[in-house]
Design a protein around this ligand. Sequence first.
Ligand SMILES: NC(=O)c1ccc[n+]([C@@H]2O[C@H](COP(=O)([O-])OP(=O)(O)OC[C@H]3O[C@@H](n4cnc5c(N)ncnc54)[C@H](O)[C@@H]3O)[C@@H](O)[C@H]2O)c1
Ligand SMILES: N[C@H](CO)Cc1c[nH]c[nH+]1
Ligand SMILES: [Zn+2]
Length: 426
Amino acid sequence: MQRVIWQTLTETQKQAALSRSELVQDGAVAESVRTILARVKNEGDAGLLALTEQFDGPLGDNWQLGPEQMAEAAGRLDEALKQAIDQAIDNIGRFHSAQQPQTLALNVANGVRCELRSEAIERVGLYVPGGTAPLISTVLMLALPARIAGCELKVMVTPPPVNDAILYAASRCGVDTLFTIGGAQAIAALAYGTETVPRVDKIFGPGNRFVTEAKTQVSQQGTAIDMPAGPSEVLVIADDSANPDFVAADLLSQAEHGEDSQVMLVTNSAALADAVEQAVSRQLERLPRSAVAQVALSQSRVILADTLEQACAISNAYAPEHLIVQTRAPRDLLPRLRAAGSIFLGPWTPESVGDYASGTNHVLPTYGAARTASSLSLADFQRRFTVQELSQDGLNTLANAVTTLAEAEGLRAHATAVTLRLEAQQ
Ligand SMILES: NC(=O)c1ccc[n+]([C@@H]2O[C@H](COP(=O)([O-])OP(=O)(O)OC[C@H]3O[C@@H](n4cnc5c(N)ncnc54)[C@H](O)[C@@H]3O)[C@@H](O)[C@H]2O)c1
Ligand SMILES: N[C@H](CO)Cc1c[nH]c[nH+]1
Ligand SMILES: [Zn+2]
């Protein structure tokens, strides 16, 4: 990890220190994704299967699985893994069920009733990554809120080969159909539909650069998406009270996701920075995915700040997907933290708990989108709409305001829709 002293940097150097990994910003990805999307749009299943063979190997005939085939996986799965999935389902289910919105209804004036209602988005596509690791937990993060929201059709896609744990999780969360397809070609199939894959209204889920770019491109063509949820990121704010081994483990837990992951340490203690770097080297030796983590670390930074207040400002400027705070009084910093997908407070809250089982959603905005985008929640699977109903008295109360504003805008028909009704009362 490259070390920088914040106070000594010029503005340009500060921007460079907080830039995303070069692998994430590769311009060639957009071009190849455009070609992949066009091929699936024009050729349907044939294009989809050819692209799958090119990037993931031959598909075979059983690339579509229904509820019965998913349920069969339960019999083949290790009991301990089933229990872990079940415990995670309990907590994620609890946290997302509690997010159910109440219908809002009020009389804003006498005889003028306004309501705010929510209803589930009908057909949703759920992308579960599988290129480097089969993300069983992502099945839960997508399919549980979709089921709790009441989405009618839940189509899951994941790169081949699919394992029994993914099938079990999908079955427990009520997925209707699962296709063993991945990458940009799977996003294209969900957005445009093919002879076999149904077109959906909104696509959810994280993925690598190709998947995230594909989501961005189809969103510009009319298919809704959740957010840019790309390669994993974590920023740790720590002071000299932090345990360097804990900090190192948290940094490595995101670095091992992929070569384009990015991890940052911001600290006001040079001694802690030294200790964390040593701990990272020690822990790397025992990591099966050390080669991947090492590439991610080479694009990552240790930033020395003067104060914790400055550390918070640096974190806000970077807007990380995950933000871990390991300081003497982590909650005290919360009011200063303005931009992060999910925040983890204190030494006993590793980011991994949010990845798997605490109950919060691990699908989170990356690339700095946390400045304005939110972590995935039940609301993303629903649309809100308003209802209004006026009594005759209510219309009379509003008539003057509406006709005056309509005339001021030069929109006579708008005014007439009201005045006609006033005349009808006489
Ligand atoms: N932000 C979040 O909320 C969040 C959550 C979980 C995971 N993630 C991230 O999701 C990512 C998952 O990535 P992954 O690669 O493991 O799985 P993935 O399923 O996203 O991507 C694998 C697919 O990419 C396609 N692909 C690979 N190389 C290609 C190429 N050269 N050209 C075109 N297509 C190609 C293949 O079709 C393959 O099936 C990781 O970076 C992880 O950090 C993010
Ligand atoms: N950290 C990932 C989100 O960036 C989610 C995940 C799934 N499995 C392990 N981690
Ligand atoms: Zn993770």
